[in-house]
Design a protein around this ligand. Structure first.
Ligand code: 6PG
Length: 256
């Protein structure tokens, strides 16, 4: 894996603009090279500004939404209109604002399913979309957006979770982590995250500083700081961080 890239932004607004630009660049590369763009959205609150920036008319016009397909890196086991739903957040900030065909959005089927059933169904959704069988290697998404929890989790891969060892499943379920909301999760696993062409972490706020330093400086195992385990074998990782989150990084962001 190539060394990760680090983009330090003065604040979360600047991070959102930078991240929206990265999405647009990845989309243009993917459509040019492969005729379509497969995008995995991150959940939580940090990406809201990025999705809002991407939905702004000048940026939304830069994306060929007719060739863009949207997936979710993880989801809370709540209905798609629930305040805790990652789909609901993405719909409010981006999917209802930009001309994204509804048939191009693949939400995790959380209604009427247990977390394990929803995970299995979502894995089947991925297999169908990529015309793959259970024996095929994981799908290669063009861009996967991820957040970072204060405990170093990413997607819903929480410290010490059995989901960290879902090495053959593409999607698995996870009990609630120690951070809110206290609800079962469905999450893509390391094999899928690490098959991506591009991964971009969006990290803002002082509360993430210790986890960001630990991940960057290799201070912890992936069992303790699960974001450590995101190391795409044939892909790039870009960290977009604001100065509040970067306070514990050395200037370059990389260990001396
Ligand atoms: C989720 C996210 C999760 C999130 C981090 C950071 O479902 O909560 O997928 O991994 O990205 O917890 O969340 P914030 O952006 O809200 O700090």
């Amino acid at each position: 894996m190539a060394a990760p890239g680090l983009i330090r932004c003065k604040d979360s607004d600047a991070l959102a603009v930078e991240a929206a630009g990265l999405v647009i660049r990845c989309e243009q590369e993917a459509v040019r090279d492969r005729g379509r763009f497969t995008l995995v959205l991150a959940g939580g609150s940090t990406p809201e500004k990025t999705y809002g920036a991407l939905a702004e008319p000048d940026r939304a016009r830069a994306v060929d939404w007719s060739k863009t397909f949207v997936f979710f890196g993880d989801e809370r086991l709540v209905p798609p209109d629930h305040a805790w739903s990652n789909f609901a957040m993405a719909h409010r900030t981006l999917l209802a604002q930009a001309p994204v065909p509804a048939s191009h959005v693949f939400a995790v089927p959380t209604v009427g399913n247990t977390a394990a059933e929803a995970a299995a169904a979502y894995a089947e959704t991925l297999r169908r979309f990529f015309s793959a069988t259970a024996n095929d290697p994981p799908p290669r998404f063009d861009l996967i957006l991820l957040g970072l929890g204060e405990d170093g989790h990413t997607a819903s891969l929480f410290p010490g979770s059995p989901a960290l060892r879902g090495d053959d499943a593409w999607v698995t379920c996870s009990p609630p982590g120690t951070l809110p909301p206290p609800v079962d999760r469905v999450t893509m696993t390391y094999p899928v995250l690490n098959a991506a062409r591009h991964v971009a972490f969006l990290v803002a706020g002082q509360g993430k500083a210790a986890a960001l330093r630990d991940v960057f400086e290799g201070r912890a195992s992936r069992d303790v700081r699960p974001a450590v385990g995101v190391r795409p074998e044939h892909g790039t990782v870009t960290w977009l961080v604001d100065e509040d989150a970067a306070t514990l990084l050395c200037r370059s962001g990389f260990p001396a």
